[in-house]
Ligand binder design. Sequence first.
Ligand SMILES: [Zn+2]
Length: 188
Amino acid sequence: MLLGSTQTVYASVSLNCFYSDQNIIAKNSGRNIYSLLYDGFSASDFSDYRSNARTQWSNAGVSSSYVSRLYDSNIELYGGKESTLSQIDADIESYWALTINVVNSKTGTTTYQGKTISLYELNRVQVLCPTHLFTSPNGYKNMFTHELGHSLGWIGHSSDSDDVMYGTAGSSRNTLTTRDKDHLKQMY
Ligand SMILES: [Zn+2]
């Protein structure tokens, strides 16, 4: 063993499918969620949307945990009015909702059908879910599941409008499709 060596060897990843419009896929090894509701949502709605998202990804093979201290987390999930969340990141005003990779690192590359796919590790992620977008719970369930998907490593968007990971939010879909699941779970 070489003490002081900074070289890290990563396990190779072979992809069986790829549905993102970006040639990047990531893994989040921690998956410890610290969540905080500032304003806007009722506490019970926020809790429902959050747990629906977590359960869906867990059923897809990508589990996560809640932690009570920010210190122990690597996914920060914030709910609130757009004006409140803009104090965390002003870009929220340009997006419907936002997942920010605060700390990430490239861990390697692989190929899929002739394309070079970059592999990343997500070390710290912030998820911002604003309140003003929908009139129905289904829209928010879609939004939370979509954003949590990004925070778990689903980078980019699906081009299939049936998928939760499609680029444009919708109120009619909130259940992960086989494509949504298969794309991400191969990293775990
Ligand atoms: Zn998105």
